[in-house]
Design a protein around this ligand. Structure first.
Ligand code: DLZ
Length: 156
């Protein structure tokens, strides 16, 4: 194929990253944070260039993400939370507000935002996605923002 291929790399070592961490289900969100930070460090991001900002629950993630984006200090943001259907009667409101709000911030401020908010039926499924048998979604969100920072820089 003769197309001009434009794609990102994972080589953005000078990046400054803000991570928004929901304290609800914190024993899981802390594992997501470890996964995200570990992935960023493995790809050369200096730990001192990573800020972790804690908010009460996933419902509050969009507001804090928006505030951090507004500062202009970060190359990318990563949102980490856990919303469990079985234990959250208003699952759809919390999960829907978080996902819609996060994507709104991404588009409004033109900044890559990694979506590391788990939405699961059970707590076991959440644990599986936070560093046990289904990988670590915090780490995956970190990989995504590294690629997106690079890709975004390729497009003028
Ligand atoms: C209230 C609540 C409930 C029941 N469940 C969750 C959840 O599973 N995951 C989560 O991140 N947050 C939950 N919250 C808290 C809300 O996100 C929010 O912090 C409160 O409703 C206060 O605005």
């Amino acid at each position: 194929m003769q197309v001009n291929k434009i794609e990102g790399t994972f080589n953005v070592t000078d990046a400054k990253i803000g991570i928004i961490v929901s304290r609800w289900n914190s024993f899981i969100t802390e594992r997501l944070l470890e996964g995200a930070v570990d992935t960023l460090k493995r790809h050369g991001v200096d730990e001192t260039h990573i800020d972790a900002v804690y908010c009460p629950g996933s419902f509050e993630i969009p507001l804090i993400t928006s505030k951090l984006a507004e500062t202009g200090k970060y190359n990318a943001l990563i949102c980490l939370g856990v919303v469990i259907r079985g234990s959250t009667p208003h699952f759809d409101f919390v999960a829907g507000t978080a996902s819609r709000g996060i994507s709104d911030v991404m588009l409004k401020y033109q900044i890559p935002v990694g979506f590391g908010v788990l939405t699961t039926d059970t707590i076991e499924q959440a644990i599986e996605r936070a560093g046990t048998k289904a990988g670590n979604k915090g780490g995956e969100a970190a990989m995504t923002v590294l690629e997106m920072i690079s890709l975004y820089g390729e497009i003028d």
